[in-house]
Design a protein around this ligand. Structure first.
Ligand SMILES: *[C@@H]1O[C@H](CO)[C@@H](O)[C@H](O)[C@H]1NC(C)=O
Ligand SMILES: *[C@@H]1O[C@H](CO)[C@@H](O)[C@H](O)[C@H]1NC(C)=O
Ligand SMILES: *[C@@H]1O[C@H](CO)[C@@H](O)[C@H](O)[C@H]1NC(C)=O
Ligand SMILES: *[C@@H]1O[C@H](CO)[C@@H](O)[C@H](O)[C@H]1NC(C)=O
Ligand SMILES: *[C@@H]1O[C@H](CO)[C@@H](O)[C@H](O)[C@H]1NC(C)=O
Ligand SMILES: *[C@@H]1O[C@H](CO)[C@@H](O)[C@H](O)[C@H]1NC(C)=O
Length: 425
């Protein structure tokens, strides 16, 4: 509690002292997960509450599904209270401001939260991704007053605030970037109810900011270039870099290292029939490791629902390791420990992060790393290129690198060994 109070005070002092845009990394650290490290960030819960406090005119949320209360599991888990608080406040805001929610078309997901928001005045549209692309709307971001934004791995799920490890970024006071994210939101909004995807997209969805011509701005008082990428490619209007091109570009641009922390990594289209091999990212990693001796690290999640095949592909990637030839690809598994009570919570206690950091760039996304997410599933990412520190504040890249190193060197990460797979996955 003291820590979150300190962080709030720190956030408020930052808000009042800095007139320009600033970015704050935010995390959900599952209940009871301890690190022997001074690297901490404000919680995603706190960030969402702050965003709602800042809201004066509008809140737009792109989401996969909504289970912010305990009802979905019929339990009375005390750590659901943060999620329940977020839902309550959002319902209150829906009575006062313009609140819009774009959500993946439900199959069997609970509808209670969305019904509450609707009856409180929020406008909710479902996007039938199954019909449009055979994928899902997997994006997770918030836009407030077309000025502040949040993007990251957390779902609108109480577990994402207290029982699942998540990472995101909040950008305050950045109308230009928010206006650009609004274009991605407006595309979902348009597709809610639409029968097909426009091709080409009307020009109001186009953007000037992308991999080639990023938005240049001071971020946390330091020059940065920034852009948003989106998937699937059919959702990208003119000028928009696709999420896959953004990932491949960031890897290609690295000189010294590529650190990747994702829940899921597979060089396949996981959900396609017939089966399809899909090695775009895998090949790029092997290429930079071999051609330019870039050090590659992957921190992947291991939990009850991990697919055994993923570990075979990871072993293959990790075999690109030969110190004499300076080939240096390494893979470790992150395991979130659980006590017996926590073990009972379904779909919890996992590292759900979806980010990458290189010696130059921070990439914060919303997608699992397998082919489906870049071919037919909707996701988006924030890419921040900011390495030269123009002020005393640490860059976004160095902060994200510290998060990766905290996790990689923690006692919660284990080598990709048969013993670890046997014990945890
Ligand atoms: C945003 O920036 C403006 C100046 O550009 C400043 O007046 C205002 O206080 C800032 N707001 C926040 C929330 O930082
Ligand atoms: C925590 O880290 C410090 C500094 O690296 C080290 O001296 C100490 O032994 C560590 N403690 C545990 C419990 O790992
Ligand atoms: C990891 O270290 C912490 C102290 O830093 C300790 O409380 C915890 O039991 C350790 N966990 C494992 C899995 O070794
Ligand atoms: C929770 O209870 C409701 C109503 O009794 C039931 O329909 C639903 O299947 C239950 N959900 C779970 C996850 O047990
Ligand atoms: C980052 O910025 C530098 C300098 O402007 C540029 O050369 C590089 O291509 C950028 N990297 C990415 C991944 O956008
Ligand atoms: C992302 O990957 C996890 C682990 O396989 C899976 O449980 C989850 O459903 C995936 N997301 C989607 C939208 O498929």
């Amino acid at each position: 509690w003291t820590r979150s109070l300190n962080q709030t005070t720190w956030l408020l002092s930052l808000l009042s002292s800095s007139p320009g845009a600033f970015l704050v990394l935010v995390e959900s650290i599952p209940e009871g997960l301890e690190f022997n490290s001074s690297t901490t960030h404000p919680s995603i819960y706190q960030a969402w509450i702050n965003l709602m406090k800042e809201a004066r005119s509008s809140v737009d949320i792109a989401s996969f599904y909504w289970t912010l209360t305990n009802k979905d599991t019929n339990t009375s888990e005390p750590t659901a209270s943060q999620g329940e608080d977020v839902l309550k406040r959002l319902a209150e805001l829906s009575r006062a401001l313009k609140v819009r929610v774009a959500v993946n078309a439900p199959e069997k997901q609970p509808q209670d939260d969305l019904q509450l928001l609707r009856s409180s005045g929020a406008d909710v549209r479902t996007v039938d991704m199954k019909k449009l692309t055979s994928g899902v709307l997997h994006t997770k971001f918030w836009l407030v007053d077309r000025k502040h934004l949040y993007i990251g791995s957390a779902n609108m799920d109480w577990r994402s605030l207290t029982q699942v490890k998540e990472l995101g970024a909040v950008v305050y006071n950045c109308s230009c970037l928010a206006a650009d994210l609004e274009k991605i939101f407006e595309a979902y909004w348009y597709l809610g109810g639409a029968q097909s995807i426009p091709s080409p997209w009307p020009s109001r969805f186009s953007t000037a900011f992308n991999k080639e011509t990023p938005l240049q701005l001071p971020l946390n008082n330091t020059p940065a270039s920034v852009y948003l990428s989106s998937s699937p490619p059919s959702f990208c209007a003119s000028g928009r870099t696709s999420d896959l091109q953004s990932i491949l570009g960031v890897i290609a641009d690295a000189d010294r290292f590529v650190y990747i922390a994702v829940m899921n990594y597979q060089p396949t289209m996981e959900f396609s029939h017939p089966k399809r091999y899909w090695a775009d990212i895998d090949t790029q990693l092997r290429r930079v490791a071999y051609e330019r001796r870039v050090k590659v690290r992957l921190l992947i999640s291991c939990w009850d629902h991990s697919q055994p095949l993923m570990f075979s592909f990871l072993r293959s990637l990790a075999s690109v390791y030969e110190p004499m030839s300076k080939l240096d690809v390494q893979v470790r598994l992150f395991v979130v420990p659980s006590n017996p009570r926590q073990k009972q919570i379904p779909f919890a206690r996992v590292n759900h992060n979806k980010y990458m950091v290189t010696d130059k760039v921070a990439y914060i996304g919303t997608s699992n790393w397998s082919g489906d997410y870049f071919v037919n599933t909707a996701g988006s990412a924030l890419v921040v290129n900011q390495t030269e520190s123009g002020s005393s504040e640490p860059t976004v890249q160095s902060q994200l690198k510290a998060v990766f190193e905290r996790d990689w060197f923690s006692n919660h990460s284990t080598p990709l060994s048969p013993e670890a797979l046997e014990a945890f996955c």
